[in-house]
Design a protein around this ligand. Structure first.
Ligand code: NAD
Ligand code: GLY
Length: 366
């Protein structure tokens, strides 16, 4: 029996949609049925998730004229144009028309690539997000950023394209490996740091319960994270301003992911180290206390997240990769920093000297 615990709404007018959070929502009596229009569906998942959840999702769809199941290879290294084309080959071969609905069953990789495929197929078909990692449940499934990677840069080819609904079944988190769960917690912590100090303190207190995957704590952490994301996206869907704060730690983090080769460091791990770097820079500017940085470092360590960048990275490599970030405008690097815990700002005035000192500090194993 499904149990719907929270329903949030991303307020984007005619592109708005619900986020359902609960237990066993993949079951036939869950809210998915409300969004199953038409008789053609494409389920995109991967070889790890398919044996766990594909049958349940397939049953929830019931009898339909055409259901294509696409099971991709697992991994960030497959979030490419080649894989995207694999999806199009299958969908074309099965003759899906414009009334088809794509359903992404998986983590952020599946969600991002399926969303982009839906945005492109016949100039746009409906899609539904069924995120199965903590990271996807609190971040990537909400807000309509879809993309694939390019060898020269992460998420460089994509579109803003909103889903019809997001269905978060927290029970899917029980099968998630601990390292992936920890990576998701990095994005949860991000919301507290950028916008909600009380949530940050709540997370500090509840971390043991969250690490034990206790249902009530998880449901609340996911709901508060999604509420924060939905609010920011509703205010600035296409990242003209405010939405950039969701990228706390990402400029450093994307440099790490690109340098290491996609998949070596998990996205959430790279973001964790990147957030600590952004906090350190904020402390050096006198905006937050040095103790806040130490507290956050200890919190990351308690979760099992990295607090230093990879030992083989150089300052020059960081600066080169950060210079290619999507937030660079007219040659100016834009960084998300903290004016205070719970209050993020985007700055474009970081000096070369400031960055060189920060990178030197971290690259010697701060
Ligand atoms: P992922 O999609 O690679 O999933 C992580 C691993 O967990 C994979 O091996 C996957 O097969 C496995 N898995 C998924 N669900 C499982 C389950 N319930 N049980 C067992 N195993 C499971 O990684 P992710 O962390 O979910 O997402 C990272 C991606 O999301 C990156 O590509 C990142 O760029 C993207 N992202 C996008 C946005 C956005 O706004 N669109 C935001 C953040 C991150
Ligand atoms: N994950 C950043 C964003 O959705 O804008």
């Amino acid at each position: 029996m499904s149990l719907l615990m929270h329903t949030l709404h991303v307020e984007l007018g005619e592109r708005g949609y619900p986020i359902y959070i609960g237990r066993d929502l993949l079951d036939e009596d869950g809210p998915l049925a409300r969004h199953l229009t038409g008789s053609q569906f494409v389920i995109v998942t991967n070889e790890t998730i398919a044996p766990l959840y594909l049958d349940r999702l397939r049953s929830a769809l019931g009898e339909r004229d055409l259901v294509t199941e696409i099971i991709l290879a697992d991994g960030e290294q497959h979030k490419t144009l080649t894989t995207l084309n694999e999806i199009f080959d299958r969908v074309m071969a099965d003759r899906h028309n414009r009334s088809t609905t794509f359903i992404a069953l998986g983590g952020g990789v599946i969600g991002d690539i399926t969303g982009f495929a839906a945005a492109c197929y016949q100039r746009g078909v409906k899609f539904i997000q069924v995120p199965t990692t903590l990271l996807a449940q609190v971040d990537s499934s909400v807000g309509g950023k879809t993309a694939v990677n390019h060898p020269q840069g992460k998420n460089m080819i994509g579109a803003f394209y909103q889903p019809q609904a997001v269905l978060i079944d927290i029970n899917t988190l029980h099968s998630l490996p601990p390292r992936e769960f920890a990576a998701g917690l990095a994005e949860v912590l991000k919301y507290g740091l950028i916008r909600d100090e009380s949530f940050y303190h709540w997370l500090q207190e509840r971390m043991p319960k969250l690490l034990a995957r206790e249902e009530a704590a998880l449901a609340e952490a996911i709901e508060r994270s999604c509420a924060c994301k939905a609010e920011v996206v509703a205010a600035d869907e296409r990242e003209g301003g405010l939405r950039a704060i969701l990228n706390l730690g990402h400029t450093f983090g994307h440099a790490i992911e690109t340098a290491q080769g996609y998949g070596a460091w998990l996205h959430g791990e790279a973001v964790a180290a990147g957030m600590l770097m952004a906090m350190e820079l904020s402390a050096r500017r006198g905006w937050i206390a040095a103790e806040e940085v130490q507290t956050f470092r200890a919190l990351l360590q308690s979760v099992g997240l990295p607090v230093v960048p990879p030992a083989d990275m150089t300052s020059a490599q960081f600066l080169d990769l950060m210079g290619r970030d999507k937030k660079v405008i007219d040659g100016n690097l834009r960084l998300v920093l903290l004016r205070a815990v719970g209050e993020a700002v985007v700055v474009d005035d970081a000096t070369g000297e400031e960055l060189a000192e920060l990178l030197a500090f971290f690259l010697k194993g701060a």
